[in-house]
Design a protein around this ligand. Structure first.
Ligand SMILES: [Zn+2]
Length: 284
């Protein structure tokens, strides 16, 4: 292998050199909504901009345009599909499809995550918010869909046990709450929008858990980062109390976020199902 190229793992080699296809919904960039540039994993040439990425629900990252000149098309021998490779090093990326109706450009570059690396645009700093509203699968499900939310993760916060496992938290002795981390672009969505979404997607009057999930780890809580978040959270609780709701939601300072095991992340989107315990209900 040419030494000017990046070292590939065996998994990456199967895709990039031997033109394999990664399992659908397995790639790390399917849900990546951060602003930045996608590079060729092998030669680091910029291939795609996050501006051209869209959610096709096909199981692989999808782009409706490329960085000019970065991609080479090669018709498959069977004449049915068109392979796409890095124009610089010919790394296999995936296939391109046309006229499917996804976006105005009528183009879908269906790309293996393993063929790509990603560099985030650091000039667009993102903010964090942390919410607990029962089973974190359901909480994350709604936040991940909000425009301006760039990344979500589920985990635990508020307790006294470091590196907690899901099982430990289920034992109800850790003090942790199932918590969703919401990374958002404040130019696109405000903390107030997130707070409204929080209250509109769970029963904030329930005092012993959420829906059928009973226990201290399922309580409703806003973990705030700074004075501003605290003030906004307090404002909305007061608005709801004034409307006659018995708000059970607590407001606590954010502490270490312990990310949960991989199989809890993006649970409903990976399963293709919807939450049993969190429904959107407009109240504001
Ligand atoms: Zn390349």
């Amino acid at each position: 292998m040419d030494s000017k190229y990046n070292q590939l793992t065996r998994e990456e080699e199967v895709i990039i050199v031997h033109k394999g296809t990664e399992q659908p919904y397995s790639g790390e960039y399917i849900k990546n909504k951060r602003a930045g540039i996608y590079l060729c994993k092998r030669c680091s040439t910029p291939l795609y901009s996050s501006e051209d990425k869209f959610d096709s629900h096909c199981g692989w990252p999808s782009f409706d345009d490329e960085i000019a000149g970065a991609i080479k098309n090669i018709p498959d021998e069977d004449g049915h599909r068109t392979e796409i490779v890095c124009a610089n090093c010919e790394a296999h990326l995936g296939h391109v499809f046309y006229d499917e109706g996804f976006t105005a450009k009528e183009t879908r570059h269906c790309v293996n995550s393993l063929s790509l690396s990603f560099t985030q645009d650091e000039t667009r700093a993102l903010k964090n918010a942390y919410f607990a509203s029962g089973c974190f699968w359901g909480t994350e499900y709604h936040f991940t869909k909000a425009k301006g939310v760039m990344h979500t993760a589920v985990g635990f916060m508020g307790g006294h046990v470091d590196h907690p496992t899901y099982e430990q938290v289920c034992s109800k002795n850790t003090g942790h709450l199932e918590t969703t981390q919401v990374e958002y672009d404040a130019d696109m969505i405000s903390y107030e929008d997130l707070i409204r979404l929080f209250f509109e997607t769970h029963d904030f009057t329930q005092t012993d858990g959420q829906g059928p999930d009973i226990g201290p780890q399922y309580l409703s809580c806003i973990f705030y980062f700074d004075e501003e978040q605290f003030a906004i959270a307090t404002k909305y609780i007061n608005i709801l109390r004034a409307r006659g709701y018995n708000v059970a939601t607590k407001i606590e300072p954010a502490s270490t976020f312990w990310q949960a095991e991989d199989y809890h992340q993006q649970y409903y989107d990976n399963k293709g199902t919807t939450p049993y315990c969190h429904k959107y209900k407009p109240i504001f």
